[in-house]
Write a protein of this length. Structure first.
Length: 341
């Protein structure tokens, strides 16, 4: 079992495909040699090895899985991987973005696999952003989940549920925004994906994969990356995680100039932990204040991103009042007119 670098492959294109036989110069990472998903590479850190072992063990069961991780950490990729390794691999994988439909629409999504022939109703439901479900949808989903007590233990469930969230469902439950029973039904096994800043040993292999991927897609020569440039990337905090790393790799290929791409990285409006030595002059107190404001801004933006700018939920995650969050949003000068309830 290994780390999956996210890609845009559809589930119907995965049959009988094998990942290319590649080796990486740094990090001793290699491509997975089974017919799973293209670009599925080993994570060399102990945390990723544990997660990958867990994913391999639970894939061939029908236990509901909850995948938790910040935006861009590879939740979709792991959902595809688990389905591909499961006993339902030849059936459909249906992704439902719970943040994209109106209250009450989940019922139609859940009915589709049972039509027109119930005998064909088998496969995997992937509920992305499950924390966004409204009360009516949560109630409807609960009625479709096995309760683990009254179900026939000898019968294999036709539908397997995988859910993902970038926030904390535990906090949503405590706040009364998410049904406690539904949380325990979905959380049969929990996979918590670490952010890229906690697994920097994998940056080399991921960057190599993404650079080669976009070099092939754009028909451009992959640029050479110096040790100094790689050190800069290793020192970066990566608030956008693997998705941000892929964006950087694409820029490297498009511009063919490492420095241009790195300037974009270093000059990010927020989320970049620039060294304090870039603050010219001033006292230690001034530097500490600047660092504190930068950290506060990043925490606020991450919470807003995880909750899709649902400011009441973001306030609960940050453990501050709703009014305080509105004031801080105005103070840092950002706006996005999305959900507030």
């Amino acid at each position: 079992m290994n780390l999956l670098a996210p890609d845009n492959s559809s589930t119907t294109d995965l049959k009988n495909q094998r990942a290319p036989n590649l080796t990486m110069d740094q990090g001793q990472a290699t491509i997975f040699h089974e017919p799973v998903l293209p670009g599925f590479i080993y994570g060399i850190g102990s945390a990723m090895q544990i997660i990958n072992d867990m994913a391999g063990e639970i894939a061939r069961t029908d236990i509901p899985i909850l995948i938790v991780g910040e935006s861009g950490t590879g939740k979709d990729a792991y959902a595809r991987l688990i389905h591909r390794l499961s006993l339902k691999a030849e059936s459909r994988l249906q992704k439902i973005n719970c943040a994209s439909f109106q209250p009450g629409e989940l019922f139609g999504q859940l009915r589709q696999p049972w039509l027109p022939d119930p005998a064909d109703a088998r496969g995997t439901f992937y509920l992305d952003n499950v924390q966004e479900l409204d009360a009516a949808s949560q109630r409807e989903l609960l009625s479709h989940l096995p309760d683990g007590e009254n179900s026939d233990s000898k019968a294999q469930p036709l539908i397997r549920f995988i859910s993902s969230t970038a926030g904390s469902l535990e906090l949503e439950v405590e706040a009364g925004a998410f049904r406690r029973e539904l949380y325990f039904r979905l959380n049969g096994v929990c996979l918590r994906l670490p952010p890229l800043r906690e697994r920097k040993e994998d940056i080399s292999a991921l960057l190599d994969y993404f650079v080669n991927k976009h070099s092939a897609l754009l028909n451009k020569v992959a640029p050479s990356i110096s040790d100094k440039a790689f050190q800069t990337m290793s020192a970066y905090h990566w608030p956008g995680n693997i998705r941000e790393l892929e964006n950087l790799a694409r820029k490297l290929v498009v511009f063919g100039d490492v420095q241009i791409a790195l300037n974009d990285l270093q000059n990010a409006a927020f989320g970049s932990y620039a060294p304090l030595k870039t603050i010219q002059g001033g006292s230690l107190k001034v530097a500490a204040r600047a660092a504190s404001k930068k950290a506060e801004r990043e925490l606020i933006m991450q919470a807003l991103d995880r909750t899709h700018w649902n400011r009441k939920r973001a306030a609960r995650e940050l453990q501050i009042s709703y009014k305080s969050l509105l004031y801080k949003i105005k103070q840092i000068g950002v706006s996005n007119g999305k959900n507030e309830s």
